[in-house]
Design a protein around this ligand. Structure first.
Ligand code: SF4
Length: 346
């Protein structure tokens, strides 16, 4: 018997063609597309504006793959961390992060990761596969529902900062964002979406060439090659100078400021020399800095730097008119470091 296809892998145009090829009318494709993407149905039975025969015909040809929340942890600060089970039983993580004025979904783009950043829990899970566009989209739908249920308003922002490197799953991530922002999807503004990358110059240039409208963040963590390469092997392949050149290219095309994500670790990047290098780097590209508090993973090799060291960064950046925000760690009472929960459930 022929294997059934995942109907959500089909574009609206392909659905319309399917109906025409099966002696039906093209607009049925629009109806099915609406059920799948706007109404988020998981069963052909629910598609009540289709005849019984049409529903049976769909059932014979397709499956509707969808994700399930396998485990949910709620923190005292309102953070919700989900272990999400995919149709093939693999697990990724998605997190809802609330602040007073908004809720942000932190979503995954790959199962595991191939990039081996040595401070990251996800790096311990080898890369199994890329997520499909619908699996990325569904994480957003799940978190939007949780935001409405537990925080009384719809989801306001999305960051691609969960498991995986989004630029290594380029096509599917962009397709998911297209659906998230489209009128037939969630109608979210691209300005509320941030793609966070370790910084792959070739792909950053491609984003600029593709004229994307969402924001770009780069996990920098050091503006000194020797130190960054020790933490992030990707820096050996493409160093800070190459990264900078791609970011300048991005800015020239998009006029959109870069956000640098930066964790300060004790004994690793907490000296004045580290601060000065970051200030110099930021001066070369319109940018702002998020200093992120570190959620330690169990073995303690990486420790959060002292408040004094963080203050040194804040002071020097501000003196040099570079916008800096300090992001407190959320969900400390749950397994909130990216990859921690999936490491436990895998
Ligand atoms: S920090 Fe991001 S890119 Fe690096 S290993 Fe973890 S998931 Fe992969």
């Amino acid at each position: 018997m022929q294997k059934k296809r995942d109907i959500r892998a089909l574009s609206k145009e392909q659905l319309r063609e399917f109906f025409v090829n099966n002696n039906d009318q093209a607009f049925r494709g629009n109806q099915v597309y609406e059920w799948l993407w706007q109404k988020g149905t998981h069963s052909f039975e629910d598609m009540t504006n289709l005849s019984k025969e049409t529903r049976e015909m769909l059932e014979e040809n397709f499956v509707i793959n969808h994700i399930k929340v396998d485990q949910m942890q709620r923190s005292n600060d309102g953070t919700i961390k989900n272990a999400i089970k995919l149709h093939d039983k693999l697990v990724v993580e998605s997190v809802l992060i609330p602040t007073d004025s908004r809720t942000t979904a932190c979503v995954s783009s790959q199962v595991g990761c191939s990039l081996d950043c040595n401070f990251c829990a996800t790096a311990r899970l080898k890369r199994m596969r890329n997520l499909n566009p619908d699996e990325i989209y569904d994480q957003v739908v799940v978190i939007d529902k949780q935001s409405r249920l537990y925080h009384n308003h719809k989801l306001s922002n999305i960051v691609f900062m969960g498991m995986g490197e989004p630029l290594l799953n380029y096509k599917n991530v962009l397709e998911a964002i297209e659906k998230i922002t489209s009128d037939e999807g969630l109608k979210m503004s691209p300005k509320r979406i941030t793609l966070s990358t370790v910084g792959i110059p070739k792909m950053i240039k491609k984003l600029a060439d593709d004229e994307v409208k969402f924001n770009l963040a780069v996990s920098l963590h050091s503006a000194i090659d020797e130190i960054r390469s020790k933490m992030m092997p990707i820096n050996e392949k493409s160093n800070l100078a190459e990264l900078l050149e791609s970011l300048q290219y991005w800015y020239a095309k998009t006029k959109s400021k870069i956000t640098f994500e930066y964790v300060v670790w004790k004994g690793i990047n907490d000296t004045q020399k580290d601060v000065d290098a970051l200030v110099d780097y930021c001066k070369k590209i319109p940018s702002k800095v998020n200093l992120i508090e570190y959620n330690a993973i169990d073995d303690g090799e990486f420790q959060q730097a002292s408040p004094k060291a963080i203050e040194r960064y804040v002071h020097s950046l501000e003196v040099n008119k570079i916008v800096v925000n300090v992001r407190r760690s959320r969900g400390k009472d749950i397994d909130a470091a990216c990859g921690q929960l999936a490491n436990k459930t895998a």
